[in-house]
Design a protein. Structure first.
Length: 164
């Protein structure tokens, strides 16, 4: 992914460690045949999770527990098939079922992801600088997910759950 999209911006030496951390609550994967074509994780917030810090101090935060949506990627060959949307909806449904409020940050360069989050009703709550490499940085937009309401448009995804 890094070579094609520059995601993650800092690159990954150990992909498994990047995907699976002690903070990971759940991950969802999308498959095509026997190939994984997409992934998203839901994690507990930790130090440096700017979106979580912004939401925790936001006047509209109601005190509900916060989780961070991250590590979303879709194989370029599977783009245009709503894989990313199904993964994000699966994470949103999981968060709603567990009374968690999802937040995320997304690099400003990732315009398709920003459009997806906005289309799904996420609200922009601020900006942060993501620092990486040797003094490099990039602006990230921080979002909070809409409060889940049962009904049309909020159905389970056919993405598969993967417990860490």
């Amino acid at each position: 992914m890094h070579d094609e999209d520059g995601y993650p911006v800092e690159g990954v030496d150990d992909p498994r460690a990047w995907l699976v951390s002690d903070a990971l609550l759940i991950a969802f994967v999308a498959t095509s045949g026997t190939s994984v074509v997409g992934h998203v994780g839901v994690s507990r917030p930790g130090p440096g999770d700017d979106a979580a810090a912004l939401w925790a101090n936001h006047p509209e935060h109601d005190g509900s527990p916060i989780a961070v949506l991250g590590r979303l990627f879709v194989d370029p060959r599977a783009r245009g098939e709503q894989v990313g949307e199904r993964l994000v909806r699966a994470a949103m449904n999981h968060a709603g079922e567990h009374d968690l409020r999802l937040v995320l940050d997304v690099m400003t360069k990732d315009r398709a992801a920003i459009r997806l989050y906005e289309r799904l009703g996420w609200t922009r709550i601020g900006e942060a600088q993501h620092h990486f490499g040797a003094g490099e940085s990039i602006t990230a937009l921080c979002f909070v997910a809409p409060i889940r309401h049962d009904g049309p448009g909020h159905t389970k995804s056919d993405a598969e759950e993967q417990e860490p």
